[in-house]
Design a protein around this ligand. Structure first.
Ligand code: ATP
Length: 312
């Protein structure tokens, strides 16, 4: 079913960004629906940040069209600025300003009405556990605290759409989990979110993702749908000589990828092969294996089959 235009927050067609002759983003089409967390998943240099910066209106595309919240970008970027929030990889905070000063400053940039300003600042400080830190210099805060302040400043003006560029790269796993809970709270209250990540577990939390490689979209959809449509079955092997088995299997027709995970070898077998377990069991190199079992796919498997990692 095609969603009505008002339910679409981003529509991009044929998006290209060239830096000299290098195509950092290379023909990207995107349709992102309202009310969801949409992830760009990809390795370093795959074009996630460049794509996001074009959607925010900060970077002009070399080719293609972009519409965000019904506004044409970059033409209407100035109007769009007040409707979106953007949290950059480096958090873009003023290290020599306190928490409160950062929030005050951003509230004037966003043009929050003077009367509303102090209430809204109090509200975000409370929500993101910053009240006790209000006189702390941003430059003297821990990674997790700075992340909370960056999120608080990005949502200060209650944007409809929030862009987050690798927001959890600099924080510990507990802060990451907590941060994601806060994102789901925002979604519940009507915010749409676009987030870049290279963490598989984060991508799995998104309602939908696009897998990017070399500036191109290799796959998109809900993580579960992508796993179901992967075109491969996953078999794990336990036993001695896993490195040797891997080397042999990688040259075998029907084996799309093989990677060691601790004491197991995880093998992706083309789903044209009806019984992938027997297929591997019959190979002479797996003779010494103590266990061969089919397991459920995960997003990393999708990533491997969709990108060059699966074509090595
Ligand atoms: N201003 C620029 N001038 C030249 N090349 C650039 C510029 N900005 C980005 N690039 C190149 O474009 C490619 C994509 O970069 P981008 O930052 O969008 O990737 P990314 O997927 O966000 O990576 P990361 O996870 O490392 O942030 C990289 O090869 C990068 O070096």
């Amino acid at each position: 079913m095609i969603a009505p235009a008002s339910d679409i927050v981003v529509r991009a067609e044929g998006l290209v960004k060239k830096f000299k002759n290098f195509r950092a983003v290379d023909g990207l089409d995107l349709t992102i629906e309202r009310g969801m967390i949409y992830g760009f998943l990809g390795p370093n240099g795959s074009g996630k940040t460049t794509a996001m910066r074009m959607l925010t209106g900060l970077l002009t595309p070399t080719e293609g069209t972009v519409e965000v919240l019904g506004l044409s970008v970059p033409k209407d970027a100035e109007t769009l600025k007040y409707k979106i929030g953007y949290m950059t990889q480096t958090f873009s905070l003023y290290g020599d300003l306190t928490v409160l000063e950062n929030l005050n400053f951003m509230s004037t940039i966003y043009g929050l009405p003077r009367k509303k300003r102090q209430d809204r600042i109090r509200e975000v400080m409370d929500r993101y556990e910053l009240t006790d830190l209000k006189d702390r210099f941003a430059g003297k805060m821990s990674g997790g605290q700075r992340q909370r302040l960056a999120l608080a400043t990005a949502v200060l003006h209650e944007p409809q759409l929030l862009f987050l560029d690798e927001p959890t790269s600099a924080v510990d796993p507990e802060s990451r989990r907590h941060f994601w809970e806060q994102l789901f709270d925002l979604v519940e209250n009507g915010t749409s979110i676009i987030v870049t990540t290279h963490f598989m577990d984060e991508a799995e939390r998104c309602h939908k993702i696009a897998i990017l490689e070399a500036g191109q979209k290799r796959a998109d959809g809900a993580p579960k749908e992508l796993m179901a449509a992967m075109g491969a079955n996953v078999v794990e092997i336990e036993g001695p000589n896993l490195r040797e088995i891997r080397r042999h299997l990688l040259g075998t027709a029907g084996v799309m990828a093989a990677a060691q995970l601790g004491a197991r070898l995880r093998v992706l077998v083309d789903d044209d092969i009806r019984d992938p377990r027997s297929f591997l069991k019959e190979k002479p190199e797996t003779d010494g294996a103590t266990l061969i079992e089919q397991v459920r796919p995960n997003l990393e498997d999708v990533f491997v089959t969709a990108t060059g990692e699966g074509r090595q």
